[in-house]
Design a protein around this ligand. Sequence first.
Ligand SMILES: C[S@@+](CC[C@H](N)C(=O)[O-])C[C@H]1O[C@@H](n2cnc3c(N)ncnc32)[C@H](O)[C@@H]1O
Length: 293
Amino acid sequence: MDDLSWLVDGIDIGTSIRRLTKLFESRGFWGASQDARALVGHVVKLDYSGLVLRSNQCLTEQEVSALSRLIERRLAFEPVGRILASRDFRGLELEVSAATLEPREDTEILVEAALAALDDMLPRAARIADLGTGTGAILIALLVERPECLGVAVDISPAALETASRNAWRHGVSERWLPVVGSYASSLSPGCYDLIVSNPPYIATTDIALLEPDVRNYDPVLALDGGPDGLVAYRQLAPDAFAALKSHGRLFVEIGFDQASAVTEILKESGFKGVSVLRDRGERDRVVMGFRP
Ligand SMILES: C[S@@+](CC[C@H](N)C(=O)[O-])C[C@H]1O[C@@H](n2cnc3c(N)ncnc32)[C@H](O)[C@@H]1O
């Protein structure tokens, strides 16, 4: 049992966040101060600016006991997004469920590249498909930022699609959103899409056991398992995505840091041209893109 004796009723918000940050840092948790603010903010029902403005406000006995239960869960490696069933993605608060991956900041680079591609496209009312939508993070971000576009959200998990559809409704894009239960692009009509995006499962099966406990114990295997070499999803989706795109339509896929050359080959073999690789903010290969000539 961890020593939480510092957490007493009467402790103020600012001090509780500082001590919690230190505790999480001592465990090596990445994003310790965001986690601390999110948990304290949840129990005292304040957002980021409210926490700053009310940093001298004291926690009540009930808030202390609620917070200590959340801290115990985090110390057992449960990610904050799972504890709060909610995760921020590009400023959008998204519901996370047992059927969905917790969206990652790493995926924002794919969204930024897709937004830039949409800006180059005419007509502006592009049709987008998101293969393996999970919480809907990628497609919802695109539809929120490009209100003239329409999107199809595909996932093989009906439960993930239910979560995604609630998120689409919450962010006001459900009228431009069609959920489809199916395997990647296999059920999309040919020649209909301007843009296809996907962050498919890409961890090699035997590597799943090596992931951090807050990933391997909480993200669904269906969202992680990319088969024996991690590349099964790309081989499945590339030919069907090629067929579903219009001429000059573009595909953007997220990849693991060491998969750029293998995924580049898969896209080229499926007929894509202009295949290139984008790096993330940490200078790791993160996205492969190509277009249908
Ligand atoms: C890595 S998660 C990505 C989720 C979300 N797009 C994101 O970036 O946060 C992969 C998603 O693909 C879905 N999936 C797995 N196999 C699939 C398949 N054959 N066809 C469609 N979706 C699939 C999983 O259910 C999961 O939601």
